[in-house]
Design a protein around this ligand. Structure first.
Ligand code: NAD
Length: 273
């Protein structure tokens, strides 16, 4: 299967469908990521906070697939506050993964009360200029945080990774991102499973002879967002990748979009500090 790519604002291409490894235990992470690579995923989303970077790196090496064919993202831990600590933490990520570069490095949360994220972002710019991250971006940034980066720094984030699923469609933030050349990545794209019993999704799925998870992921892809659903179950890892032989109609898309009720699973970014 050829997964479509999204071209980031610096020309780097990211596979639009990847595999997320949040809450995959370190002991399971190598084998689970190997399964995902076998199924065909070529984009892995990890973070320092997930404590499985080491196993992600092992899986990439043990897969026998060329490193250059796999897009790997990691994210800066929340406990890191200064530019110097940021540079050190980036080195630690590379060491832990066993890589000499990352495809994408993200500021995991802005931490607006306890951290000067502008200073952190300037360190990210240095990392980017060193060539050891092919792209840099942010996660859980609101318009307000992005505006501040825009005013005070040089490199526009390549992506903004935010909570986004049918119950939290993030239309305003997506529009803001796209006006500024920032690609939107959707975390918890199936709402950690919580949206899958929705009657509208169940109906659309049965009309296409698909599962609700496949309908939701297809909705994301057709809107243009980047997704990386997580599962440790081989059958679901396959199911979540089987998205390229059907299409939602304009009516289906509208029906899923109408489920938006501003319902978050995770915290509001202003509240994480
Ligand atoms: P998700 O929306 O991908 O849901 C995963 C859960 O849904 C699984 O644990 C399983 O219980 C269920 N599931 C998966 N496939 C299924 C299927 N086909 N049918 C039925 N149930 C299924 O949730 P997530 O893991 O929170 O989000 C995906 C990725 O996003 C994470 O792994 C991580 O990489 C990223 N993420 C980032 C942040 C951030 O702050 N930047 C926060 C959360 C998640």
């Amino acid at each position: 299967t050829d997964v479509p790519t999204v071209t980031l604002n610096n020309g780097v291409e990211i596979p639009q469908l990847g595999f997320g490894v949040f809450q995959i235990k370190p002991d399971d992470a190598r084998d689970t990521v190997l399964s995902a690579l076998e199924v065909g995923y070529r984009h892995i989303d990890t973070a320092q906070m997930y404590r499985n970077e080491k196993q992600v790196g092992e899986a990439v090496r043990d897969s026998g697939i060329d490193r250059s064919e796999i897009f790997v993202t990691s994210k800066l831990n929340n406990g890191v506050h200064t530019a110097e600590e940021t540079l050190e933490a980036f080195e630690t990520s590379l060491d832990t993964l066993g890589f000499d570069y990352l495809d994408l490095f993200l500021v995991h949360w802005p931490m607006p009360e306890t951290r000067n994220y502008v200073e952190v972002w300037r360190a990210f710019e240095d990392i980017y200029r060193s060539g050891r991250a092919r792209a840099i971006g942010v996660s859980n940034f609101t318009e307000h945080h992005l505006r501040r980066l825009h005013t005070e720094t040089t490199v526009v984030p390549a992506v903004n990774q935010v909570e986004l699923h049918p119950y939290l469609a993030q239309d305003a933030l997506r529009a803001f991102d796209s006006e500024h050349g920032i690609a939107t990545e959707a975390w918890s794209p199936i709402g950690q499973g919580t949206v899958l019993g929705d009657p509208v999704l169940v109906r659309v799925a049965s009309e296409h002879d698909r599962t609700p998870a496949q309908v939701v992921l297809r909705w994301h892809l057709q809107r243009g967002d980047i997704v990386f659903p997580k599962s440790v179950t081989r059958a679901r890892i396959e199911e979540n990748f089987a998205l390229f032989d059907f299409e939602l109609s304009a009516e289906d898309m509208a029906a899923v979009s109408a489920l938006d009720k501003g319902g978050r699973i995770g915290p509001h970014p202003e509240d994480v500090n």
